[in-house]
Design a protein around this ligand. Structure first.
Ligand code: ATP
Ligand code: MG
Length: 417
């Protein structure tokens, strides 16, 4: 991609009304555009990052047998009445709307009810189970406060998976497999070392715990207590609870941290399937309850959390796995030899499958360097009259700031192509 053609613009200053670092950085660097509080547009750079995060999640969900679907945003009221989640007194962050004839509809804030209800048509026998389906979709929640940029949106992207099993034992096996897949997701995103599985409240439907995945961060809204040696923790909301004794957590090892909830998985037992009258028929022809689980990951929240964590005083520092491009290539000056070599290298890298943001703009070198740092592409390559003279190029790693003069061939080796 040539920078001169890219639909984006870096800004000197973030909008005055943005208080969170992730939104300030992502707006300044031209990744997102603020439509209104808690509602953001993904510009081409931002969409590339979001898509990279989605793809990692998709691969890991597929690897544990998840099948991707796409549910609808518009949702009927009756199924939420059956589980008692329609009433605003029960669920206070609905966006609701109406058909022209007055029929009330909800806008997807979660999808247990529609997924379970749909099962009726496809899942009747023990042979159809177990099953895991997931989607990656926009969710709508009328959040009271939306001041944390992508961390708390009113319209945001979530991955939600739902599993259905024939027994509690079968459910638990799936549940643990998904929990492991979650750890792989956070590992691939570069936050594996600061993201902990923590016991949390199971919600209104169960006495069991849910499991949150909490990324340690000063800007997090949650307080968690972590046993670093066990790699486990517990949310503050249940720390004083007698239920802590039901876990394998040793209270003496716990340290307090602020954290961002980047995922949450729940055992649903047969609460939703029972409420919506969905059962399976076993080998002997008897109706049995279906044991469900649900598994959320905050996809856009993760993008914000990564922007908070992978940044320095110059801008963003994306991990390779989600960076919008792998290489930022800048040509300095307008010498023919420079332009020819930069063009050639751009073609060669793109031809080898390396995604390059080629800064071909006619602007001062300082502006290119500042933008490269702000945008945070992992590898920076500069071709200038000085480097050409030596038959080399300047190669710099965004994260470490280390720079060296190397040949084009050495660059390809470093990039593994
Ligand atoms: P929170 O406690 O932060 O409001 P939640 O427990 O209501 O979140 P879930 O329903 O468990 O959220 O949703 C699954 C995941 O979606 C969460 O772990 C979080 O990462 C993400 N998420 C939830 N609400 C938002 C939001 N308003 N903006 C962005 N991401 C969100
Ligand atoms: Mg949660």
């Amino acid at each position: 991609m040539k920078y001169s053609k890219l639909f984006t613009k870096t800004l000197k200053n973030a909008p005055a009304d943005e208080v969170s670092k992730n939104a300030q950085l992502l707006i300044r660097a031209g990744f997102v555009h603020k439509e209104m509080a808690g509602v953001y547009v993904y510009l081409p750079l931002g969409l590339r990052v979001l898509d990279n995060i989605k793809q990692i999640i998709r691969e890991e969900m597929n690897a544990v047998g998840g099948q991707e679907v796409q549910m609808t945003v518009l949702q009927p009221k009756d199924i939420f009445e059956k589980t008692d989640r329609w009433d605003d007194a029960k669920v206070d962050n609905w966006f609701k709307t109406k058909l022209a004839n007055g029929t009330e509809l909800g806008m997807g804030l979660t999808h247990e009810e529609p997924i379970v209800d749909m099962l009726k048509d496809y899942m009747t026998s023990y042979r159809d189970l177990p099953l895991s389906v997931y989607q990656i979709q926009g969710k709508f929640r009328n959040e009271l406060r939306a001041k944390s940029g992508l961390l708390r949106g009113r319209e945001f992207v979530m991955k939600d998976m739902y599993s259905f099993a024939r027994s509690q034992a079968e459910h638990e096996e799936i549940y643990e497999r998904v929990a492991e897949a979650y750890h792989r997701v956070y590992g691939r995103l570069g936050i594996g070392d600061i993201t902990y599985r923590t016991y949390a409240d199971g919600g209104i439907f169960t006495k069991r715990f849910s499991d949150e995945f909490q990324m340690l961060s000063e800007v997090g809204e949650d307080t968690v207590f972590i046993d670093e040696s066990a790699g486990l923790g517990v949310n503050q909301e249940i720390i004083d609870d007698a239920r802590l004794s039901a876990t394998n957590i040793n209270k003496d090892n716990l340290k307090e941290f602020r954290a961002i909830e980047v995922g949450n998985i729940f055992p649903l037992e047969s609460k939703y399937t029972d409420a919506l009258g969905v059962y399976y028929t076993d080998e002997t022809g008897n109706q049995q309850p279906i044991i469900a689980g649900c598994y959320g990951i905050g996809v856009s929240r993760l993008m914000g959390a990564l922007a908070e964590h992978f940044a320095d005083d110059k801008g963003l520092v994306w991990p390779e796995s989600v960076a919008p491009f792998r290489v930022y290539l800048a040509c300095i000056g307008s010498d023919d030899t420079v332009l020819t070599e930069a063009d050639r290298l751009y073609q060669e890298l793109e031809g080898s499958g390396v995604e390059v943001l080629y800064d071909d703009r006619d602007v001062r070198p300082g502006e290119k360097f500042a933008d490269a740092d702000l945008i945070g592409v992992p590898h920076r390559v500069v071709i200038s009259p000085k480097t050409i003279e030596q038959g080399k190029l300047e190669y710099k790693i965004r994260q470490s700031g280390e720079a060296e003069l190397i040949s084009a061939k050495e660059l390809l080796q470093k990039l593994g192509v």
